[in-house]
Design a protein around this ligand. Structure first.
Ligand SMILES: [Zn+2]
Length: 252
């Protein structure tokens, strides 16, 4: 192995057009290696700035990953780009959650460092996304068809991360497919109907698998929930809402 500094310098010099012989003289890196890097600078650069936890054994930061995984399962998708083997991950951020776009962009750049994060405005939302060859490594749930029409399962290493950073996972799921609003209920008091308002979270996803990931995560944190109907789960008890507010927060 060559020290990262020498690698970086060598790649820079290669890009500047210096000869292999001269770069070898300056960095001590064998000529054969330099010829190999010259042929495939992208692969060589990936070794200097490792991007993929799967392919380049880079350590994955579990906290932002858990959040991005929640966002992705809620309202994200991975599409093949026009370039071969390059994918684009996009997270749809509703405009009604101000601050979400910036937070999603920051988390994405922590999960896939070195990639430009793009923002594409659409009606009522902004798509935050980045290109990489390695999105399917990080999100093996990627596959043909809509998420709710096929089986979605976490692989063991993802399960470990969401077990450890459950709050971040829930935060991502709620920021993409959840809602925090006021619920109005009528209660009779001394023979008179009174209206009460209290905050409530609801989560809506058409994939039963993703719904189960959401309710499993709530169970892990001891947060009470209720299945409202086929596609919606609600968290309405006062102490449960207060607990979610600690790390999800009202739309800010
Ligand atoms: Zn990879």
């Amino acid at each position: 192995m060559h020290p990262p500094e020498a690698r970086k310098l060598a790649l820079r010099l290669l890009a500047s057009g210096l000869t292999v012989r001269e770069i070898h003289r300056q960095t001590g890196i064998p000529r054969q290696t330099l010829y190999y890097w010259k042929k495939d600078p992208e692969k060589a650069a990936a070794r200097v700035v490792p991007t993929c936890p799967h392919c380049h054994s880079r350590t994955l930061d579990g906290r932002p990953y858990s959040y991005v995984l929640g966002l992705y399962l809620g309202d994200g998708h991975i599409v093949r780009s026009r370039k071969p083997e390059v994918y684009r991950l996009e997270i749809t951020c509703a405009d009604s959650w101000p601050g979400l776009i910036e937070e999603a962009a920051r988390a994405l750049s922590e999960v896939m460092p070195g990639q430009a994060i793009g923002r594409r405005k659409s009606t009522g939302c902004t798509n935050v996304g980045a290109y990489s060859k390695h999105w399917p490594c990080l999100f093996p749930q990627h596959g043909p068809g809509l998420k709710h029409t096929r089986k979605i399962e976490l692989v063991p290493w993802q399960q470990e991360i969401t077990d450890e950073f459950t709050g971040d996972f829930l935060r991502g799921l709620i920021h993409s497919d959840g809602y925090r609003g006021m619920n109005r209920v009528k209660r009779p008091v001394n023979g008179e109907d009174r209206w009460y308002e209290y905050p409530r979270y609801s989560f809506s996803n058409r994939s039963m698998d993703i719904q189960r990931m959401f309710t499993d995560a709530l169970d892990r944190l001891g947060i009470a929930w209720r299945q409202m109907n086929r596609w919606n789960v609600s968290v309405a008890r006062r102490e449960a809402v207060a607990r979610l507010d600690e790390f999800v927060g009202p739309k800010y």
